[in-house]
Design a protein around this ligand. Structure first.
Ligand code: NAP
Length: 248
């Protein structure tokens, strides 16, 4: 019987994996999206949208839909669904592969300040500048809402809602971004500090190069840890290998 693979998606890697799996004869692939983005790039294969109702709901779904393997290819900061995936896999006996792109690494000339949370980033921020470029996602803006003296340039895919800082300029855009564009953006908006999560990946890394070139400090929010005992693969090839589908 053809194997059914469920990908927990919302990332570039999840889309790439869905395309790679769909190209294997006899493999059925379903991608699950949380439904946060209004017009997500449609992955190849079947797509389902919305939460499962916790780990138990996901475990039920795995059994009901006869899923043979689960791939958690969600964003490194999507902590809840990753915990749910590990629990649901254990409860249902369905094997799970966690695909996590590697985090970014500072290079010579970088002025990075690593912090454990958005709250810590907001605490540190006023020490480094007064015009911040914030790329931590629209749902994390609340952590900065009390910084009434700072000016924020916020970039997100969907328009953010309150609470947010009073002096906020919103730029709606979806990556990938180039170093030239990021450099212009930082210059035009007179940005003197950048705040980012350690999302990793090429699509949004250009801002870090632009910040380095302009000598700007960067506040980087560290990733949450993976659930105990979980060892992730760093790329699509690694995920295919773990699934036993390494060669087309
Ligand atoms: P989260 O806090 O880990 O998850 C919250 C709840 O959303 C989960 O408990 C689950 O609901 C539902 N959910 C999350 N991902 C899902 C998926 N792929 N399919 C079905 N339900 C899902 O997640 P988040 O940080 O809000 O991220 C939501 C989605 O956006 C993820 O799929 C992630 O890959 C993507 N994303 C997140 C970020 C980020 O910075 N966090 C950035 C880019 C993309 P139930 O418990 O009801 O199942």
């Amino acid at each position: 019987m053809s194997p059914h693979i469920l990908i927990l998606g919302g990332t570039t890697e999840a889309r790439e994996l869905a395309a790679a799996l769909a190209a294997r004869p006899g493999v059925r692939v379903t991608t699950s999206l949380a439904g946060r983005v209004t017009r997500p790039g449609a992955p190849v294969g079947d797509v389902r949208v919305g939460g499962f109702g916790g780990a138990a709901g996901l475990a039920d779904w795995l059994r009901e839909q006869h899923v043979d393997a689960l791939v958690d290819a969600t964003h490194p900061f999507a902590e809840k669904i990753t915990a749910n995936a590990a629990q649901a896999a254990a409860a249902s006996g369905v094997p799970v592969v966690v695909l996590r792109r590697p985090g970014w690494r500072p290079g010579p000339g970088d002025r990075w300040h690593m912090v454990p949370s958005l709250t810590a980033a907001a605490e540190l921020l006023p020490r480094f500048g007064s015009r911040a470029f914030l790329t931590t996602g629209r749902l994390g803006l609340a952590a900065f809402a009390h910084l009434t003296d700072l000016h924020f340039v916020v970039r997100s895919v969907e328009p953010p809602g309150p609470p947010m800082p009073p002096h906020t300029e919103v730029l709606l855009a979806r990556g990938p971004f180039t170093v030239a564009d990021e450099t212009s953006l930082l210059r035009e908006h007179l940005v003197d500090v950048l705040v980012t999560k350690d999302s990793g990946g090429a699509a949004t890394a250009a801002k870090l190069t632009a910040a380095r070139r302009l000598g700007l400090p960067v506040v980087v929010v560290r990733r949450p840890p993976l659930p105990q005992g979980v060892r992730a693969v760093p790329d699509v090839a690694g995920a295919l290998e773990r699934l036993g589908l390494g060669s087309p």
